[in-house]
Write a protein that binds this ligand. Structure first.
Ligand code: GLC
Length: 411
């Protein structure tokens, strides 16, 4: 194989408590809030132009009688996920913890209990790292400078736009989150629309929670990039060998929060993406939106279980392996010592794999998805007749496994 060695550089390690992020690489994103009650989209207030005070009435209906954080964590574990990132405050500004900084919070809903505290307790009992999502845009707080930019309301009557005062509020809220809920493993900022820099915010978090990894959508660069859905470059370079990356997507195409008639992605699409990023040494955060009553939609549980079955079979190909960038392999390759793993994800289109520059047949070639053995030979390929004989693996059950990323183990 002709390897482009610069891509094989080990990922940047933090060499401190934040290194958990390189061990546990597949996480569950949870979007849940008062928007889950109507079940249309987490940005319903903005996208449907619901007046602020009318939207806020949803808080009077928030009573998730079926909220059980252990069920959420069971679902995460069924998919093989090892950490959780939870929307404590989305763009609507409604807070799911007992905050002293605004009345617009769960304690004043009919539910009246601290959701973040319950989730944090459940996570701590299982040693499941918990990260907290926090939106910079706020469609409720009077000091947030809503100016009608993307992810913002038009200026609102009676507001007092003042980014300085707003950041003071944000810091006070983050101080609560980082002080009152035990260990927090990460802060996931979303959308710094005002592009306001203030390194003191992350500095405070780092002091209070040394294990917390912080993403790049806040008030400084943070620790890791966050490509989202198909927008690979919008929030960081996926091909950077040194910047840690956590890609994210939802199990459905239309919404991150619960949507009643969601258009769910196929297992094929989901596993292809997960494989693509994990093979490259990145992390992957897959989202689901529980219903307004706290329960997980049946279809979402089924998807997670399917992903877990697939992930359990192929996980080894991502653990302790390095990504090999090879111009002449028509699949993604990861390697651990003498073992090569060939990943047929987004690129797969035929039942064979050719790896140039490998002049020995492996002792065994196995389809990790189902344990089937494959035949291999070092031979001259008609399509590569000008180069040396190369490793050819054929008979891959590409149609039988058409709905999941295929990984081959070559020992
Ligand atoms: C986008 C959306 C937001 C969602 C986020 C998750 O930024 O605006 O609603 O929470 O993606 O990455």
């Amino acid at each position: 194989m002709v390897e482009k060695t610069e891509f094989n550089t080990q990922k940047k390690k933090f060499n401190d408590g934040r290194d958990w992020f390189f061990e546990k690489r597949f996480g569950m994103f949870i979007h849940w809030g008062i928007y889950s009650i109507p079940g249309w989209h987490e940005q319903m207030q903005w996208r449907m132009e619901v007046p602020r005070l009318e939207y806020a009435k949803l808080a009077e209906k928030f009573n998730p009688t079926r909220f059980n954080p252990d069920e959420w964590l069971d679902a995460a574990e069924s998919a093989g996920m090892e950490y959780v990132t939870f929307t404590a405050k989305h763009h609507d500004g409604f807070c799911l913890w007992n905050t002293k900084e605004t009345d617009y919070n769960v304690m004043n809903s009919p539910y009246g209990e601290d959701v973040l505290a319950k989730l944090a307790d459940a996570c701590h009992k299982r040693f499941m790292p918990l990260c907290v999502y926090y939106s910079v845009p706020d469609w409720y707080h009077k000091n947030y400078p809503n100016q009608g930019r993307h992810h913002e309301l038009e200026p609102q009557k009676g507001d007092d736009p003042d980014i300085g005062k707003y950041v003071t509020f944000v810091k006070a809220q983050l101080r609560e989150i980082c002080s009152n809920y035990g260990e927090i493993h990460g802060i996931w900022w979303d959308n710094n629309v005002p592009e306001h820099d203030d390194p003191s915010v992350n500095a405070m978090i780092r002091k209070l929670q040394p294990k917390a990894i912080i993403n790049n959508r806040g008030f400084d660069d943070g620790d890791f990039a966050t490509p989202e859905r198909e927008m690979r470059d919008a929030h960081g370079d996926v091909n950077s060998p040194t910047t840690p990356v956590e890609a994210c997507d939802s199990i459905g195409a239309e919404s991150w929060g619960y949507r009643e008639n969601e258009d769910y992605y196929s297992i094929g699409r989901l596993t292809n993406k997960i494989d693509y990023y994990l093979a490259r040494g990145h992390n992957y955060l897959l989202n689901l939106g529980p219903k307004g009553d706290g329960s997980i939609p049946e279809k979402a549980s089924a998807i997670l279980a399917e992903i877990g079955r697939w992930y359990g079979n192929v996980k080894e190909s991502f653990q302790g392996t390095e990504f090999v960038v090879s111009e002449d392999a028509d699949v993604d390759i990861t390697r651990k010592g003498d073992i090569l793993y060939a990943h047929l994800n987004e690129k797969r289109d035929k039942s064979g794999v050719i790896i140039q520059g490998v002049d020995k047949s492996p002792k065994s070639a196995i389809v990790m998805n189902n344990g089937n053995k494959l035949e291999t030979a070092v031979e001259l390929m008609p399509s590569k007749f000008q180069s040396e004989p190369c490793l050819h693996i054929w008979g891959i059950p590409i149609d039988e496994l058409s709905n999941e990323a295929i990984v081959l183990k070559l020992s």
